[in-house]
Write a protein that binds this ligand. Structure first.
Ligand code: WTA
Length: 635
């Protein structure tokens, strides 16, 4: 019997039970029936969370692109794999068939080889949402190079940090990118970043906006002429199941970004299986995820998961507001999208513009709606359900993380009854636990605690690039023998989970994870700044926005606060990117600290949220008097 496609609730419970009673044989069955392996595994799973070490399908040989492309050529060669919808609605959409995708990935892979890229080398991809982004990802996987995609909204400093952390040999970029009515000089950002990146030997440049850019002799190459010369077929490199497929950076609460390392075999099996079930994808459906491939959602649910199922996946280059706020719905109508997956931030921003934009278009093709990246509030959930899904398309509120590789808690549409703001039930094979502050598991229902996972699943990250100790400290040390997610959650009376938000110093702004430490470091580089602390506060559209408390040095120099605020945000834009800019900056004489010198962010968070009724006992602070001063001057 195949458990690959779950269609009703009873079946979910049955398959779930099977998957947790005997995870090894469950995942073996899925892996065996639905994928192409060059050699079968010797061992389905070995694991030890204390090291931590997790291996799935050890000894198996495969290439993920063979599963995402070659395998479909006989049956789906002329089917559209990728629909590319450009930023400008007047530019024609592109439909790339599986055959064409095979050709383009193979040529690109051959170019990489000619440029000296070999199995195991790291390649940084810094591209807008154009077909070459998906194609270059697959081309790396084709030859066993490890891709590290950096979201093309990150600044040059953020880019060079990521390139250097994993010693990338090559950067793939474009002359520029379109973003609504603006263009962005991506190549200029890369040039700046590379002033500081000794490991980079070459840069491949896609022509997108036809801008006049500098090409550095011997280092930079236009991609197209190389592709034209390249051979159209490329044998896939045969990889071990546990060989790294990619690195993707995510923010931590402290320190530099963490390069999460994902495997080949387990990642493929889990992303494909979740895609099929969470979106109830059927042959000939058109699926669209609005995320950027620069984030994990794009890796798993624009590229690998959909293509492993032979699906048609939409890639959109632009933004939801261009040329107007009806763009998403225009695209749904135009391509007859069946599954639509987006972030709560986008829903809130579009809801604010009114339903006229939605009602102009025919959305009757939609069958399943999804959300990801942050908690969805009840109002946004209902707006989405009423106006986009017309109350007939189930909403899958999918909880997961860069670290988990795939969706962990989510309804299965038409099987799991949905409940606004709840991610509902653990996905097949996932064993969540809620923990109290003393490290004890909280059993039963109607409880809340820190969300952990007790048992390995195939797509979990295997390590942090170059820093296994940090991987252990961050995820496997807070609770014994558990993966700690960093999120809080509650479990309701029927066992549904609701994610309540981060319990560490990561703040999710518009669905993007931001660590407080790198932002504070950027602010502290300003010559007038002595110290700073960042907290999140609720924001109608972004979910959270950033509030900075800044202590100025007593330089005797008079500066207008408004100018300083601009300069501070400018520094943040340069060091990290515009997504990390502060909404509010309050200058203060001091920050509340414990006697050991730790900033009491809990108090700052309450003040930023205008909730000063219950600040708790502040008398044990080193400097209790600053609290009143901060409250009096709060913005
Ligand atoms: C948050 C994105 C509530 C959560 C796939 C998690 C969510 C972090 C949800 C990971 C959801 C993600 N409901 N919160 N449905 N999905 N989160 O690594 O705090 O960019 O830890 O992965 O986003 O963000 P990341």
């Amino acid at each position: 019997m195949s458990n690959y496609h779950i269609k009703h609730l009873e079946e979910y419970f049955q398959v779930y039970r099977k998957s947790v009673r005997n995870p090894e044989s469950f995942w073996e069955e899925v892996a065996e029936e639905h994928f192409l392996w060059r050699k079968r595994w010797d061992n389905a799973l070995s694991w030890d969370f204390s090291k931590p070490e997790v291996k799935w399908f050890e000894g198996a040989k495969l290439n993920i692109t063979e599963n995402c492309i070659d395998r479909h050529l006989n049956t789906r060669g002329d089917k559209t794999a990728i629909i590319f919808e450009p930023n400008d609605p007047n530019e024609a959409a592109q439909h790339i068939t599986y055959k064409q995708l095979h050709d383009r990935v193979c040529r690109f892979a051959n170019v990489l080889k000619e440029q000296g890229i070999q199995k195991g080398d790291r390649v940084c991809i810094y591209l807008p949402m154009i077909p070459e982004l998906a194609i270059s990802v697959l081309a790396c996987a084709r030859i066993g190079a490890i891709h590290s995609v950096v979201f093309a909204g990150f600044s040059s400093t953020a880019l060079s940090t990521r390139i250097n952390d994993s010693d990338c040999k090559m950067v793939i970029t474009s002359d520029g990118s379109y973003r609504g009515s603006k263009t962005i000089d991506l190549k200029g950002i890369v040039d700046e970043a590379l002033e500081d990146c000794p490991s980079i030997q070459s840069v491949l440049v896609v022509k997108r906006i036809n801008s006049d850019i500098q090409m550095k002799e011997g280092r930079d190459h236009w991609l197209q002429p190389l592709l034209d010369e390249a051979y159209h077929d490329c044998e896939p490199e045969i990889m071990d199941s546990e060989d790294p497929l990619f690195i993707l950076y995510t923010s931590g609460s402290t320190g530099k970004p963490k390069g999460m390392v994902h495997s080949s075999g387990g990642y493929m099996v889990y992303t494909a299986y979740t895609f099929k079930n969470v979106f109830q994808y059927r042959e000939n459906d058109v699926y669209w995820c609005t995320a950027d491939i620069g984030w994990i959602t794009g890796h798993s649910y624009i590229v690998y998961g959909p293509l492993a199922n032979g699906a048609t996946t939409v890639m959109f280059e632009g933004v939801p507001s261009y040329p107007d706020f009806g763009r998403f719905w225009e695209i749904v109508d135009k391509h007859q999208v069946n599954q639509f997956y987006t972030a709560p931030t986008a829903i809130r921003a579009l809801a604010k513009e009114g339903v006229d934009y939605v009602e102009k278009y025919d959305l009757s093709s939609l069958k399943v709606l999804g959300t990801v990246g942050e908690p969805i509030n009840e109002e946004a959930w209902h707006w989405y359900d009423d106006n986009v899904g017309k109350k007939k398309s189930p909403i899958v509120d999918t909880w997961w993380q860069t670290e988990t590789g795939g969706i962990m808690i989510s309804p299965i549409p038409f099987a799991t009854p949905t409940k606004p703001t709840y991610a509902t039930l653990p996905f097949i094979g996932i064993q969540p636990a809620l923990m109290d502050e003393n490290g004890k598991e909280i059993k039963g229902n109607q409880v809340d605690g820190r969300l952990c996972i007790k048992f390995p699943w195939p797509s979990m990250a295997r390590t942090i690039w170059g820093d296994h100790q940090r991987y252990k400290d961050t995820y496997f040390s807070a609770f014994e023998n558990m993966y700690f997610t960093g999120d809080g959650a509650l479990r309701d009376e029927v066992g549904y989970y609701r994610i309540t938000g981060r319990v560490d110093d990561v703040i999710i702004v518009s669905g993007h994870n931001l660590g407080t430490a790198p932002i504070e470091d950027a602010i502290n580089e300003h010559p007038a700044v002595a110290e700073s602390a960042i907290v999140g506060f609720p924001h109608d559209i972004k979910g959270n926005a950033l509030y900075g408390y800044v202590i100025l040095k007593d330089t005797g120099e008079y500066r207008r606060h408004d100018n300083l605020r601009k300069e501070i945000n400018q520094l943040i834009t340069e060091q990290i990117g515009p997504i990390a800019k502060l909404d509010k900056i309050q200058f203060t004489q001091g920050l509340p600290k414990t006697r050991s010198g730790k900033i009491m962010r809990r108090i700052l968070r309450k003040i930023a949220s205008k909730d000063t009724s219950n600040l708790g006992d502040t008398s044990t602070l080193l400097n209790p008097e600053v609290v009143q001063e901060i409250i009096d001057n709060a913005l």
